[in-house]
Design a protein. Structure first.
Length: 550
């Protein structure tokens, strides 16, 4: 037994070794030499600290990577892996206040850094969703570059692999064959000397996958990269940047083939308007027009546009931050016509339409080339008011469930309908008596109704449908942990554009997504209950609960 324990200890030591002592160069400056026989250096993170700037140097002292990490000063919250292939030296500059952090030589990060050939991504989070897409670790925000090809859905996303707060933007990558179960892939596009990799899109052009993204350096410019292997790896275009401007907020290009105009179109956000371009070859882009002045909500910067046709209507998606109906970020849209050059909105300028009336639905964009002419979208399921503070550490943020968009009319206006994608029915399991951490509750309502989800700790979420006023509300003020942000406790309210006969409510550990089954109302809100909601009370309707298989 003693020999076995000795052997196991030796194996563990071989797998993970503490880093050697740093070279202290000054009050805020240090260097660290790297082992060459290991794959990763595991960096200890303490989220309350300031970012340390790290330059990764090769054997010729050429910089191969630069990143910002909140290196631990006196406490380790979690670790992140830095791949150290071809790297010899880290040049580290700290930016914290020495009067409060103490001497650099005494920082706990030096004792806790470890060399390793592996990184444990086993889930350790109480609030990690079971059937929503999340990154294995680190920070995620906007979905990017989504497309469908050869039976595979590709989802790229804004990703920080070196911490669970926003920083070091790259494109993470996941793939799925059913829109529910996602497989993590290697990072797709990493930063370069033009800047960090902000949001963008992908199109398929023959066998190639072409990505457009914002290079966010001293200024924001648009760049292009091409994949020859179906979107797994990309080679950046030698002529980058392909689009420039003197506007400070100039980002988030969404490209698509316009079959009617027989041209490639691209729409991007420029301040508080959207600019539209055209191209014959995806390389040279011609400015065609702008849209947005005096239209819709202008409470914040316009971001992450999309432009597509549903039935005989064109829809322009415009994500905005701040300015959402309940504070922070949200998704508005416009319905009209597009001739390949100009988008014409059919509503009056002051009319504002929201795609989702919850607090946690942003950066909505659609998959390019979805089968059966479907318009499938995903959103980032958080809000910029508190996204960096939600009570998780190993990862932050999930995507919404997939949704299919359509068109409906109410009165004199045309609206976009939102329903859970059919793939959600494929994972609907058996009927159960009580709610669980991952379930769907279908409520057949008769007039006004009230649905209360609760647990034994007294935490609850109250949803009400007022048939006379034609509104639906969700109250999360007592939903669980609401202490991390003053902006989190709230009641959200949505118009129902007519009567609701059935509600579909999706619960998954830290989220509630409610839909009118006809698609006229959608509401997405995060919740952080200490125990799962295991009780439901319904007045004015009948609930059927289904387990969701994951």
């Amino acid at each position: 037994m003693k020999k076995l324990l000795t052997l196991m200890a030796a194996i563990l030591m071989a797998l993970t070794m503490k880093a050697q002592s740093p070279i202290i160069l000054g009050e805020n400056h240090a260097m660290l030499r790297l082992e060459q026989n290991k794959t990763y250096l595991l960096l200890p993170v303490q989220e309350k600290e300031e970012n340390a700037h790290i330059a990764v140097l090769d054997e010729r002292n050429e910089m191969v990577k630069r990143l910002n990490v909140r290196l631990a000063v006196d406490k380790v919250d979690y670790y992140v892996p830095l791949e150290i292939k071809n790297a010899q030296l880290l040049d580290i500059t700290f930016h914290g206040d020495r009067r409060t952090t103490g001497a650099v030589k005494d920082f706990v990060c030096w004792r806790e850094m470890k060399f390793s050939n592996s990184f444990d991504t086993t889930n350790r989070e109480h609030f990690r969703p079971l059937y929503h897409h999340t990154p294995l670790y680190g920070w995620m925000n906007d979905p990017n570059g989504m497309f469908y090809k050869d039976g595979v859905w590709h989802l790229y996303y804004q990703y920080n692999p070196y911490g669970s707060q926003w920083e070091n933007m790259t494109w993470g990558h996941s793939t799925s064959r059913d829109l529910i179960h996602w497989e993590a892939q290697p990072m797709a596009i990493e930063s370069d000397w033009l800047g960090a990799i902000f949001s963008g899109s992908c199109v398929t052009n023959g066998n190639d996958v072409v990505a457009f993204y914002t290079s966010a350096g001293q200024h924001q410019v648009q760049s292009m990269a091409v994949s020859k292997d179906g979107g797994r790896t990309f080679e950046k275009f030698g002529g980058n940047p392909v689009l420039t401007s003197d506007v400070p907020d100039f980002r988030d290009p969404k490209a698509f083939w316009n079959e009617e105009a027989k041209v490639w179109n691209l729409i991007l956000a420029a301040g508080q308007e959207m600019r539209i371009y055209s191209s014959k070859d995806l390389k040279a882009w011609k400015y065609e027009s702008s849209f947005g002045k005096e239209y819709g909500n202008h409470g914040g910067v316009w971001e992450c546009p999309d432009l597509f046709k549903i039935s005989n209507k064109w829809v322009l998606i415009c994500n905005i931050n701040p300015g959402g109906p309940f504070g922070g970020s949200a998704t508005q849209y416009f319905v009209g016509d597009f001739d390949g050059k100009n988008f014409t909105c059919e509503s009056m300028p002051k009319v504002t339409k929201w795609l989702d009336y919850g607090k946690d639905h942003y950066a909505t964009v659609s998959f390019y080339n979805a089968p059966d002419n479907r318009r499938v979208v995903l959103a980032w399921m958080s809000n910029w008011q508190y996204a960096n503070q939600v009570p998780t550490k190993q990862f932050r943020s999930a995507n919404s469930i997939p949704r299919d968009l359509g068109i409906f009319t109410h009165g004199e206006e045309t609206y976009v309908s939102v329903v859970p994608s059919k793939e959600m029915l494929a994972v609907r399991g058996q009927k159960i008596k009580k709610p669980t951490v991952s379930c769907e509750i279908v409520v057949d309502v008769k007039g006004s109704s009230e649905i209360i989800l609760s647990n034994t700790k007294g935490e609850l979420v109250t949803m009400r449908y007022d048939a006379q006023k034609q509104i639906f509300t969700m109250d999360r003020n007592k939903s669980g942990d609401v202490s991390f942000s003053e902006s989190f406790p709230c009641v959200t309210t949505a118009p129902t554009y007519g009567s609701i006969h059935q509600l579909r409510i999706f619960i998954d550990r830290c989220s509630i997504e409610a839909f009118d089954s006809d698609g006229k109302m959608a509401m997405t809100n995060l919740v952080f209950p200490s125990d799962p909601y295991d009780m439901v009370k319904v007045k004015g309707g009948k609930a059927t609960i289904y387990q969701i298989e994951h």
